[in-house]
Design a protein around this ligand. Structure first.
Ligand code: 5AD
Ligand code: SF4
Length: 424
């Protein structure tokens, strides 16, 4: 979400005659696009801001802007702590960023999702293959641990016509994949609902359609049907579970029980056997007992996710959970987190291992970050596949035989020329 917000800011600024600098050393303006979801992200921002302050000391003309959720959430503290910051802008006002640099706005922090949703922002995208497209802004869920509804405001959906024309334009420009973005895409509502939006996008000339994030409470059978039927919608779903304990789920205000979550997974797997399922989990929520933790471990074992993002609970001022009883020490949180990660590591490896010997259709994205002599791409199920670089062009599809499972990726060989069919 934040990366795409940065692309939009860059897009707005490009339209106003600005271009991206190579680094802060040769920039006239440095924008920090901040994340406040966990304390760690916020701390990281403050230490980087300190470094930029030194840069500004040597070059007075340098302007510093702080955008994103930290700007929105801690504006007063931020301005007090860092008076050298020139502009502050919240995530609901990214479209106003050019007003800021032309001196017409110092602090853009008011709640304005309605206007944001009506903007057609020409994002300046890094990739020529995959694109993010926002379909809605904000969130109404108020999970008790989460700062997002306070920083990103109430949920507002973009008109479907504007989303469809953005995706259509991307398809015409040769993009292969879109990821539809929203805090809770399943509650998308304009003249049509989310499954209907998927149907309309599926009819465009885009090969792969993904979406994040889905909320288990709003994850409907109608949506499962749409994923099953629509050829371009990828067989991967990110469905954050957060906890396997009903008591903790209730305290989190998630609106579902573990059983209900499991039932949705069962339907999904029955209707779409190839589906890959990933999730988020929070460990160490206030009041989480050893039994609650065990329930989460059991859930991870039972569901067998393809991948899992696990986080230690981070108390965010202003949220309900911040004031709850039973906050847990960091050592215990770390211990539970490593138990979760160790368990998931084994499951992920096992799942990847099953794919050895199969052939998969892979959309090539470009050189591997860890080894530039290799290329990486993804399967429709979002698994990362690495092959040796034999001149395959980014954006092309290759049929890959999986030879070896690794922890976070699959190693394979391009067998397209052998005439092997994809996706066995
Ligand atoms: N502490 C830890 N993790 C959090 N998340 C959201 N808020 C918090 C918090 N206060 C996690 C949730 C969510 C993901 C994007 O971040 O798991 O799904
Ligand atoms: Fe936060 Fe819950 Fe909204 Fe996700 S659904 S953004 S976790 S409040």
């Amino acid at each position: 979400m934040n990366v795409h917000d940065s692309e939009k800011m860059l897009g707005v600024l490009s339209e106003n005659g600005y271009s991206e600098a190579e680094g802060p050393e040769n920039a006239d303006l440095v924008i920090f696009n901040t994340c406040a979801i966990r304390e760690k992200a916020e701390q990281k921002f403050y230490s980087q801001l300190g470094r930029t302050k030194l840069l500004k000391r040597g070059r007075k003309s340098l302007k510093i802007a702080v955008a994103g959720c930290v700007a929105q959430e801690t504006k007063d503290k931020l301005i007090r702590r860092a008076p050298y910051v020139d502009f502050v802008i919240g995530p609901q006002n990214i479209h106003l960023i050019s007003h800021m640099v032309t001196g017409r706005l110092q602090a853009g922090l008011f709640d304005d999702n309605q206007k944001l949703a009506l903007q057609e922002l020409a994002a300046s995208r890094k990739s020529l293959i995959k694109a993010w497209v926002s379909i809605m802004y904000g969130c109404n869920n108020f999970c008790t641990y989460c700062i997002v509804p306070y920083t990103r405001g109430r949920e507002v959906s973009r008109p479907s016509s504007s989303i469809i024309s953005e995706v259509d334009d991307l398809a015409k420009r040769g993009y292969k994949e879109v990821t539809l973005l929203g805090q809770n895409v399943n509650s998308y509502k304009s003249d049509i609902d989310f499954p209907e939006l998927l149907r309309k996008i599926d009819a465009l000339k885009i090969d792969r359609i993904r979406f994040v994030t889905s909320h288990p409470r709003d994850f409907s059978e109608k949506l499962i049907e749409a994923i099953a039927e629509l050829p371009h919608v990828c067989e991967h779903i990110h469905l954050p579970i957060q906890s396997g304990s009903d008591g903790i789920l209730r305290l989190m205000n998630r609106g579902y029980t573990y059983r209900e979550y499991l039932e949705k997974i069962d339907v999904l797997r029955k209707k779409i056997p190839a589906i890959a399922i990933t999730a988020d989990v929070i460990t160490g929520f206030p009041g989480e007992t050893a039994m609650d933790h065990e329930a989460t471990m059991r859930a991870i074992r039972e569901i067998s996710f393809d991948g899992l993002f696990a986080f230690k609970f981070s108390a965010r001022r202003g949220t309900k959970a911040y004031g709850m009883d039973g906050h847990i020490g960091d050592d215990l949180k770390s211990q539970r987190l490593s138990e979760i990660l160790n368990l998931q590591e084994k499951i992920t490896y096992k799942k990847n291992h099953v794919l050895e010997g199969t052939t998969q259709e892979v959309l090539i994205e470009g050189p591997s970050e860890t080894d530039p002599s290799m290329l990486t791409g993804r399967t429709k199920t979002n698994k990362i596949v690495t092959i040796s670089d034999n001149g395959e062009t980014p954006g092309s599809y290759v049929v890959v035989r999986i030879d070896r499972a690794r922890q976070h990726s699959l190693l394979g060989v391009n067998v397209s020329l052998d005439g092997v069919s994809a996706g066995s």
